[in-house]
Structures are given as C-alpha cells and as structure tokens.
Design a protein around this ligand. Structure first.
Ligand code: HBI
Ligand code: FE
Length: 295
C-alpha cells in the first residue's frame, strides 16, 4: 500500500462508527463554507433568542462559550460541559438507532452529528446536523435539572427498548419536550418562552411557535403528550407548555409500564387536535396546516 493510501485509510477508519456509533470529530474536514454557515446561523439565532428563549438556555450558552465564527471542537466543549453536569458530547455520523441513542442518554452522553448543513439548507433540513445538535441541544445540558431529565428519559426509554409498543410513546415525549417544548414565563411577551432544540435552532420556528396564531399552545400533561402524533416535515400544529424543568424531571419518574399498557394500543390524537381536558393556553386557527402527514 502506498503511503498516501495508508494515510487515507487511517483517515477514513476514524469515520467508521463503532457499536455505539461514536466516531472522531474530523475537524480538518470542515471547509470555509461549513464555518461560514455556522457563523451565519449562530449570529442569526443569538440575535433572535434574547427574550424568547428560557433563561437556562442563555446561561448555558454563555457558560459553554460556543465560538461564533467557526464550527466548535467537541473536545474543547466537553471540558466545560463535563465540569458543569458530567455530560459528554459524542460525535456521530447522524441519526443513530433508537437503542443506541437511549443508551448514550442514560449514561449522560449526548450524540452530536459532526457535519454541517449546506448553505442552501440554512432554514430547513429534516435530519439533525451539527448546528441543530450542538447549538440546539448542548446549552441546556449545562443545566443540572435538565441534564437529569435527559438521563432519566434515556433510562426509562432504554428499560422498554425491547418493547416495540413503547417506542412511539417515548418518541412523542422526546419530541414535545426536548425538541419542541415551550415553557411558561410570566415576564415574556405572550407568557411563554422556547426551550426545545428544534425551535431554538430554527429562525422561522422560533418566531412561529411564539408569535403565530396558527398553532395550539397547551399546558403539558404527560398522558396527553404520549397520545399525540406530530409533524416532522412542517412547523408543529401543537406545542406543549411546561412550568419549569423540575416538572420535566418529575415526568421522567412516571410509571411507564402502566402508561404503555394504558396507551400503546389506544388510538392516538392528531397533531392539531384539541381534546376534552386540555389546558388551552391558545387555540390555534390552524391556518396553513397540511392535513395529511402526522407521524
Ligand atoms: N439519533 N443522532 C440522533 N439524534 C436523535 O435525536 C435521535 C437519534 N436516534 C433515535 C432518536 N433520536 C429517537 O429514538 C428519539 O427521538 C426518540
Ligand atoms: Fe434534536
């Protein structure tokens, strides 16, 4: 084998995932476009989030000291994250199998996709990229109560990883909290702030989730959320609003065996539906909603 081929091979093997899908972050693979996309997204979200995102996120962002101008080195962030809550960023090639994902969370490891979206995907992409995973998720892992929720969620989901009926329920809980959650805040315009990473990492959904008349905003109720389908291709039709992160941590201590037995085989609610017993903070107009396509 030539020296070049050998070099290429050792380079490529670092991107081949192990059983836990962990790779090494290939820092030298980021080009000027990747860094420019990071810088553009970072500047746009940092300017937008003040007054719109929960205080814990901004505190975490400051403590993490994310670089504004270039894609961060995960190793540098891990020193600050580890010191705060013992969480560790694990570089991965992209979406990982559910069981692998839950195993990481249960052990206070958070999988972060290494690659950056292209400039033509600034506003929208369906799969997680490095900006979504890092900017969206990692600042809250600095918060001790939220970090405990993520671990507890991972443990609970892992305990039912053998039960195919359980997965849709755990996926809905993750979706409507970690990805698209809102939090009450009497001091905020409209009385709520964002905390879900799918919103925090999206300019347009930040504005839509807080300011649009279209979506429902409902008080969080665990049994309700476990029964509610969601959208992966458009803005959410419904957002669930928590009081604070202590409420989330308490939710993760629920009797999931009983909840799975009660709800796994029951018909689910459509993403935009309002049901008897809901705490309606805002009833959405439904304007612009696609009718088909709930997951
Ligand atoms: N993998 N990298 C990555 N990120 C996720 O958010 C993710 C995943 N694999 C599975 C998964 N999420 C789902 O199991 C949860 O959303 C429930
Ligand atoms: Fe995410």
């Amino acid at each position: 084998m030539s020296a070049t081929a050998e070099l290429n091979e050792s380079f490529e093997t670092r991107l081949v995932p192990r059983d836990d899908f962990k790779i090494e972050q290939p820092l030298e693979r980021y080009d000027a476009t990747d860094h420019a996309v990071w810088a553009q997204l970072y500047a746009r979200q940092a300017a937008l989030l003040e007054g719109r995102v929960c205080d814990e996120f901004l505190a975490g962002l400051a403590k993490l000291d994310l670089p504004a101008q270039h894609v961060p080195s995960f190793a540098a962030l891990n020193r600050r994250l580890g010191a705060a809550t013992g969480f560790e960023i694990v570089p991965v090639p992209g979406l990982v199998p559910d069981r692998v994902f839950f195993e990481h969370l249960a052990n206070r490891r958070f999988p972060v996709t290494w690659w950056m979206r292209r400039p033509e995907q600034l506003d929208y992409l369906q799969e997680p990229d490095c900006f979504h995973d890092l900017f969206g998720h990692v600042p809250l892992l600095i918060d001790p109560v939220f970090a405990n929720y993520i671990e507890a969620y991972g443990r609970a989901a892992l305990a039912f990883a053998h039960d195919a009926r359980a997965l849709p329920l755990f996926a809905r809980l993750y979706w409507y909290t970690v990805e698209f959650g809102l939090m009450r805040d009497a001091s905020a315009t409209g009385g709520v702030r964002i905390y879900g990473a799918g919103i925090v990492s999206s300019h347009s959904e930040t504005l839509y989730s807080l300011e649009s008349d279209s979506p429902n905003r409902l008080g969080f109720a665990l049994e309700r959320v476990l029964r509610t389908r969601y959208r992966i291709d458009t803005f959410q039709k419904t957002y669930f609003v928590i009081d604070d992160f202590r409420q989330l941590f308490a939710i993760a201590q629920a009797d999931f065996a009983a909840l799975i037995d009660a709800f796994a085989d029951a018909p689910a609610l459509a993403a935009g539906e309002i049901a008897p017993g809901d705490t309606v903070i805002a009833r959405g107009t439904g304007e612009g909603w696609a009718h088909e396509g709930d997951v």
